[in-house]
Design a protein around this ligand. Structure first.
Ligand SMILES: CC(C)(COP(=O)(O)OP(=O)(O)OC[C@H]1O[C@@H](n2cnc3c(N)ncnc32)[C@H](O)[C@@H]1OP(=O)(O)O)[C@@H](O)C(=O)NCCC(=O)NCCS
Length: 197
């Protein structure tokens, strides 16, 4: 199977992400287009979306999976990112290295388990290596079992576990993957990438 991936520029990509997030019932706090543009404006980023045909109308291709990754710097100013940097201190090395943060992503329920998220992740890793990044970091929670299973299959390593005071399901798990040409050579998906304007 060949995966069809669209890479978006900032403004249009932010609107597309806001739109697709409406399809994900499980996230109580969806990201708005403003929030996305605000965070990505002054940094390297990649907004990817996978498209696939509707099973009962194969002529119609719809967005089914998305992923947003961005550069993470040791001297972040935005409070949420400063907080993240503090929590990663001692677990991820920033000095003299480029670190990528896998911020948001997901696959629409009906298209899960078909390799869409692997294809997006592999595309982001290939882009990241070409762009000089050394490592990809991601944060999740104990209770996000689908994502934890997926990150396991994608060979992310746990670098930190942060217990929640009262509910262990809410505990945070930080994972990371070192990028190398071997990682990219090991990719399995065949992808066509088009650039949306
Ligand atoms: C996690 C999620 C993005 C996976 O998307 P997907 O398109 O179904 O993933 P893929 O089909 O590309 O699967 C990639 C790999 O993960 C594995 N995988 C996918 N879902 C899994 C699950 N629930 N449990 C264990 N492994 C899983 C697949 O088997 C595959 O491994 P393989 O390629 O080695 O065979 C999707 O389930 C989702 O959107 N979940 C809700 C979002 C979420 O939990 N967010 C938490 C915020 S961090």
């Amino acid at each position: 199977m060949e995966y069809l991936i669209k890479q978006y520029p900032l403004e249009r990509g932010a609107l597309e992400i806001q739109y697709i997030e409406e399809f994900f019932g499980e996230f109580p706090r969806k990201k708005t287009a403003d929030e996305i543009t605000g965070r990505l404006r002054d940094r390297e980023f990649l907004i990817l979306m996978a498209e696939a045909p509707l099973p009962d109308d194969p002529g119609l291709v719809v967005p089914v999976s998305f992923k947003v990754v961005h550069e993470l710097r040791a001297d972040e100013r935005e409070p949420k990112l400063r907080d993240l940097i503090e929590r990663l201190r001692g677990h991820v090395r920033f000095e003299g290295r480029k670190v990528l943060y896998s911020w948001i992503g997901g696959t629409r329920r009906d298209w899960r388990g078909q390799g869409q998220f692997r294809a997006l992740t592999e595309e982001s890793e290939a882009w990241a290596l070409t762009s000089g990044f050394h490592e990809v970091v991601v944060k999740t929670k104990n209770r996000f079992y689908d994502m934890r299973g997926t990150l396991d299959q994608l060979e992310f390593d746990v670098v930190k576990y942060e217990p929640h005071d009262s509910d262990n399901r809410e505990s945070k798990v930080y994972l990371s993957k070192q990028l190398s040409s071997d990682v990219v050579r090991g990719h399995r998906s065949t992808r066509t990438v088009v650039y949306a304007h």
